[in-house]
Write a protein that binds this ligand. Sequence first.
Ligand code: ZN
Length: 228
Amino acid sequence: MSLAAEVTETFEQLRETVAALHGELTRYELVIWTAGNISARVPGQDLMVIKPSGVAYDDLSAATMVVTDLHGNLVQGELAPSSDTAAHAYVYRHMPEVGGVVHTHSTYATAWAARGEPIPCVLTMIADEFGGEIPVGPFALIGDDSIGRGIVETLKWSRSPAVLMRNHGPFTIGRTARDAVKAAVMVEDVARTVHKSYQLGTPEPLSEQDVDRLYARYQNVYGQQGEK
Ligand SMILES: [Zn+2]
């Protein structure tokens, strides 16, 4: 297979994967209308596959996904890329280990973002998936690198794959787009549970030692081989 054919195949596979993953955002009720987006880095290249801007979830397909470079310039596709493309691109440029980025305005996680309050590590599943509290990132306006910079500057100091961007909503990262989608589903779930816990009293924090143990076990041992 020629290099060009291999590249095309990777694009096609990634377009399919990223289009299908958008179905998870609606399945878990993390998005409304056209809000929310998923991207995946094209392995070994300075390119990413991302959702097009302003297309309804029912109309998304592999063919509608777009490919951009890591500065958000359109490389392949008919439609304009997501309005959050600059943020995704900034993350890929500055976090080489990241292969997927997800953004939603899921209700409970966004409610925490509106208050500018990190979600405390009060559940084993928060320790497992996020390795500590889920941090808040700075307020940033859309239009330049500010959102991406805020995501990277918050997450590089944290084990968490999720950041609650202040007055905006969650962005999540992962080794793959699927991992980032999982983090987006989990952050909404724990945001809801911890919110409800606060309605009943004050949730108890886990000790740092237990958080470390849980995180290490979950990240290294839990699940089927190679899958979490
Ligand atoms: Zn947004």
